[in-house]
Ligand binder design. Structure first.
Ligand code: FAD
Length: 397
């Protein structure tokens, strides 16, 4: 039976849910901005990494909290997403490190146009510049358009209001207060997949900011991550760092001293490096050549080791595999790729309906899960949208 479904938020999760539901139901998409999918547009600036090549056993551990998304990801994994995209005229290919991108000729803009065309053809109504404005006392969603409030009339309501990174895209977390006022458990939105603040010594900040550190590994506690990072004026930013952010955030929130370790030679063991330096009475001037270290790596190694270590070649060889970097704080949420926090997972049933009213659902970044970049964020949006779509179908049988 055809039902009326109101979707709040025309971002990745909301549009994917609309795509899944529009054929069989009346779908109305509400967004406070003028245009749909603004964060997706930003995400596509450097090439839209839409999902990942990871198979299920490697996919599930990417997400925290453990287990929260498992059912939805198992039902609609990376292959399912790619095949659905293909059916919708968006073929994909696997790039470096398992990241999956739309084939040439498809970018964020064309994907949004593709979705909009299909949604409009299916009769989906877009109510742009309309805002989810809270709940009434019966937990009915309220919409505000041009200063006029109304109760949203629908059989099902899907919230996909996003997190709070890049607020200029519309995802500003303004819904948090309305959910909190209605008695929902809410966690503050915090930066994820973001840079960190580090107080560089002058020898680094004066000469080396803006430079990339390629093929490094960064470790914190029991986790390490390989890849690239860029030295910024305020600290460090980049893919090698992002998977460690949840642990770093946790440490900072507990007021712990957070010191990450930088390995400049992750593909060589300490013994191998020592071998390159031993027996040759090598002086520091020759380290760069002997160990193939570029000027930035040498500057970091010098700045972050004691004089004694720097002068002792064997100690130096060991030290460049764990240079200590003290993290002062995370970069602001406004600059982050994603955020964590929002609606507590305890408020949600396994099909992402709200425990307090199963005709209301919440999906995407507004719910409290986290994942590193690499296509895992959009994959979760898709898997969650599919799970909600199935839940609605099942209730209609
Ligand atoms: C720079 C950058 C690069 C990224 N790159 C990638 C990538 O390569 N791969 C990847 O997987 N992910 C990437 N992401 C993350 C990805 O874009 C997000 O995880 C994803 O868009 C989240 O989807 P969402 O639908 O939950 O929220 P959003 O896409 O943020 O959508 C939320 C929508 O809700 C609307 N809204 C908010 N409040 C209200 C309200 N009160 N009333 C009505 N509407 C409201 C907003 O206007 C917005 O349209 C990137 C993000 C950024 C910022």
């Amino acid at each position: 039976m055809r039902k009326t479904i109101m979707i709040y938020g025309a971002g990745a999760a909301g549009l994917l849910a609309a795509m899944k539901l529009c054929r069989d139901h009346e779908v109305i998409v509400v967004d406070k901005e003028r245009n749909i999918g603004q964060k997706l547009l930003i995400a596509g600036k450097g090439g839209l990494n839409i999902t990942n090549h990871a198979e299920i056993q490697d996919l599930l551990p990417k997400y925290i909290p453990e287990g929260f998304l498992d059912e939805s990801l198992r039902e609609n994994d990376t292959l399912a997403f790619r095949s659905w995209l293909e059916q919708n005229g968006i073929p994909t290919y696997t790039g470096s490190s398992g990241k999956v991108f739309p084939e040439k000729g498809n970018n964020s803009k064309s994907i949004l146009q593709n979705f909009k065309k299909k949604l409009q053809a299916a009769g989906v109504e877009f109510r742009m510049k309309s805002r989810f404005a809270g709940f009434n006392t019966e937990l009915k969603p309220q919409i505000e358009t041009k200063g006029v409030d109304e109760s949203a009339e629908a059989d099902y309501h899907i919230f996909a209001l996003g997190g709070a990174s890049w607020p200029q895209t519309g995802s500003d977390g303004s819904w948090l207060e309305q959910f909190r006022n209605a008695g929902f458990a809410i966690l503050p939105l915090e930066a994820s997949n973001c840079g960190v603040n580090i107080q560089w010594p002058e020898s680094i900040s004066r000469f080396h900011t803006g430079k990339p550190l390629k093929n490094i590994s960064i470790s914190f506690k029991d986790k390490s991550s390989k890849g690239e990072a860029v030295l910024t004026e305020t600290g460090l930013e980049g893919y090698a760092l992002y998977p460690l952010i949840p642990l770093i955030r946790e440490g900072l929130n507990k007021n712990e001293t957070v010191i990450i370790e930088l390995d400049l030679k992750p593909n060589s063991s300490v013994e191998q490096l020592k071998l390159k330096l031993s027996g040759k009475n090598i002086k520091p001037q020759k380290y760069a050549e002997a160990l193939n270290l570029n000027p930035l790596q040498m500057a970091l190694a010098k700045a972050l080791t004691s004089k004694e270590t720097y002068l002792n070649s064997l100690e130096f060889a060991a030290a460049i595999k764990k240079l200590p970097l003290k993290i002062e704080s995370l970069r602001p949420i406004e600059e982050a790729i994603s955020s964590v926090g929002g609606l507590a997972v305890t408020e949600l049933n396994s099909d992402f309906s709200l425990v307090r009213n199963p005709n209301l659902f919440a999906i995407g970044e507004m719910t409290n899960w986290d994942a590193p970049t690499g296509g895992f964020l959009l994959q979760a949006c898709y898997s969650m949208a599919c799970r909600v779509s199935r839940a609605i179908e099942e209730r209609n049988q």
